[in-house]
Ligand binder design. Sequence first.
Ligand SMILES: [Zn+2]
Ligand SMILES: [Zn+2]
Length: 175
Amino acid sequence: MLLDLTSIRQPETPVDRTMAPEAFAADEEFRIVTPARLVGTLHKDEDRYRLVGRVTTEVELACSRCAEPYRMPVDGAFELRFLPQALAGHKDEDPDTDPTTAFYADDAIDLGQVVREQCYLAIPMKPLCTPDCQGLCSQCGINLNTERCQCAPTWQDPRLAVLQTLASARTNDDA
Ligand SMILES: [Zn+2]
Ligand SMILES: [Zn+2]
């Protein structure tokens, strides 16, 4: 998944790579499940590079409500600058303040890393298998999207809860 920069001679070089899902280690948040394709153009300016392109793939996520795995397409356009590792730490080239800048070492750009970053950017904070996912029953844990349970509704009038708290506090005072 490395793009060898020693073979790049032209100011503009088309890039089209397809990476097998097995090439990506499983991540805590997502798993790449279909071949990831990166298509773009690599712009070269001496030892500085700019990669402009698009990543398409499909990831498997766990629903944040029902915990079931589901798939989501990723289609992310990006533009990244790659500077030689020797410039790392230079105050004008700090990747912490500029997320579009990265450093390369050993005359290669890690395209797998670019794919992973695009997946991270695409996945939502709270992944949902469907917008109206019913989640799990808070009492028996059954998946309410596919099954029904006999658990009593857990909703309680909040005013009643306040009265009960007051009543138990009163009892404790009397003791
Ligand atoms: Zn769900
Ligand atoms: Zn239940």
